[in-house]
Design a protein around this ligand. Structure first.
Ligand code: G3H
Length: 482
């Protein structure tokens, strides 16, 4: 979709392959194909976005709030009619379970409606005049220009739209490249984008990031790079942008969220939460619990009961009733997970659960690893997968020191009976990460709460409320009482 036109494609295409086996011999299923776009298409999209912004005087950046709202409402209503199709593609393209795929769709729709309401509120609050001394000010929020959006494969709809929707509604013009896995599910929405917004406001490119996003960044004409994914991709794109041109970054990156289990923790509750935190969507969440610190006094009991519960989880295809574990969408992932396991085993860890690491093709059973040490790759790398590294500690300073040394700082989960009264510890944790979860696993939602991180975990904040601010700038008109 470029400049309001759905272009025909006669060039090279790439097959979209699902790692869900359609046969018992794990033969991967071909779902369709997408165009391999490159620099010429990328430049067309950039020209379209620049043209629609038209140095701030375009139809979209100057449109009245109520008209922008009307167009966004029109878009989301059309989107709601595509639920079944998109949910099915979520299951096949990324292996997300049926309830979680439905949740991703519904959460995205709710996010768009909440964004519309918050945008209207933002407008209402800017209607009043301020006065300081003899200077009156009419303060409002305006767009930034052209935004390049790239989302991740684990939430190809929800997280991509958490960037795209606020960017659009604030009056920016956009270029959007869908994630590598979870790309076909954008196609049912192309017509809705085309018919809801003026031409050039939303431009959608299919292809590899380095083929379409890199040439756009090289021109220095993008005002905002908005990306949820890994820091390697973010840095590579940022490096393309000429140093002499300013660039705003809205980034949601990696994390290594720890669970810290104190000796007085309620083990039933803790085990349930740590299971959810480590194994939901097979650990493919930036908010997943990626390392578990358990106090020495309860380590043995925790490992025994936790490992048994991991082995009792149900494996299956996304539509299977009650399936908690599903195939991983990245073809190369099983080999990578095996490398991490081999490295940890060679350095002294052992797999605690009977089924840990067993796999058939991309169906991999979570492995509880203990004792994990800091020289192991699984401790250092954000594996985005089903390995559960466990460390024990005797003094709380041990996990705190590790967190302070870590390159990441998104969230932590603290488990213990008296955690609510541990305010000095909670204050320290809040200075190391951005969200402290008491007796519950880490997560992003509800989407009205700030979602961000310290160090390499994020730049800017993404809640419904904050995202509108991340994609805009405060401007004001000043006048004197004369
Ligand atoms: O990949 C990171 C996601 O933001 C996780 O979101 O906590 O809602 O699953 P979630």
């Amino acid at each position: 979709l470029v400049n309001g036109e759905l272009k025909d494609w006669n060039g090279k295409t790439t097959e979209v392959i699902s790692t869900i086996s359609s046969t018992s011999d794990y033969k991967h299923t071909v779902l369709g194909s997408t165009p391999d776009m490159g620099e010429p298409e990328a430049m067309d999209a950039l020209e379209a976005a620049l043209g629609a912004y038209d140095k701030g005087k375009g139809v979209w950046p100057t449109m009245k709030v109520k008209d922008r709202v009307e167009r966004m409402e029109n878009f989301v209503k059309k989107m709601e009619t595509k639920r079944e199709e998109i949910v099915k593609l979520l299951m096949w393209e990324i292996g997300k379970s049926l309830p979680d795929s439905q949740k991703e769709f519904d959460r995205t729709v709710e996010y768009i409606y909440d964004t519309i309401e918050d945008y209207k509120e933002l407008d209402r609050s800017s209607a009043k005049f301020h006065k300081s001394g003899d200077v009156y000010a009419h303060i409002r929020r305006g767009p930034l220009g052209v935004v390049l959006c790239l989302g991740p494969y684990n939430y190809p709809l929800n997280e991509t739209f958490a960037l795209l929707i606020p960017a659009i509604i604030m009056g920016n013009t956009t270029i959007f490249k869908p994630a590598k896995h979870g790309v076909l599910l954008i196609t049912p929405l192309l017509e809705a984008f085309q018919s809801s917004f003026p031409k050039g406001v939303v431009n959608i490119l299919f292809g590899r990031g380095r083929a379409v996003a890199a040439p756009i960044m090289k021109t220095g004409k993008v005002d905002v790079l908005a990306l949820i994914g890994n820091s390697k991709s973010a840095n590579a794109l940022q490096d393309q942008h000429p140093k002499s041109n300013r660039l705003r970054l809205v980034l949601g990156l990696e994390a290594k969220n720890p669970a810290i289990i104190l000796p007085d923790a309620d083990l039933d509750l803790t085990i349930n939460e740590v299971i959810a935190g480590t194994t939901s969507f097979n650990g493919q969440r930036c908010t997943a619990l990626k390392v578990v610190y358990v106090h020495d006094d309860i380590k043995d009991e925790f490992l025994k009961r936790f490992s048994a519960k991991v082995d009792a989880l149900k494996f299956g295809n996304p539509w299977d009733d009650g399936a908690k574990l599903t195939p991983l969408p990245e073809p190369g992932k099983p080999a990578y997970i095996q490398e991490l396991l081999d490295d940890a085993l060679a350095k002294g860890a052992s797999v605690q659960n009977k089924k840990g690491g067993e796999h058939s093709d991309n169906y991999i059973w979570p492995a509880v690893l203990y004792p994990v040490s800091k020289d192991m790759r699984v401790y250092e790398e954000e594996q985005f997968g089903p390995i559960i590294p466990v460390l024990s500690f005797s003094d709380i300073s041990e996990p705190l020191d590790d967190m302070a040394e870590s390159n990441y700082g998104q969230q932590v989960s603290l488990f213990g009976k008296d955690v609510y009264s541990l305010s000095p510890l909670i204050d320290t944790l809040a200075n190391l990460v951005c969200r402290v979860n008491l007796n519950s696993s880490c997560q992003r939602g509800p989407d009205v709460y700030p979602f961000t991180g310290r160090k390499d975990s994020a730049q800017a904040t993404l809640s419904v409320h904050d995202a509108l601010r991340s994609f805009s700038i405060r401007t004001f008109v000043a006048f004197k009482d004369n």
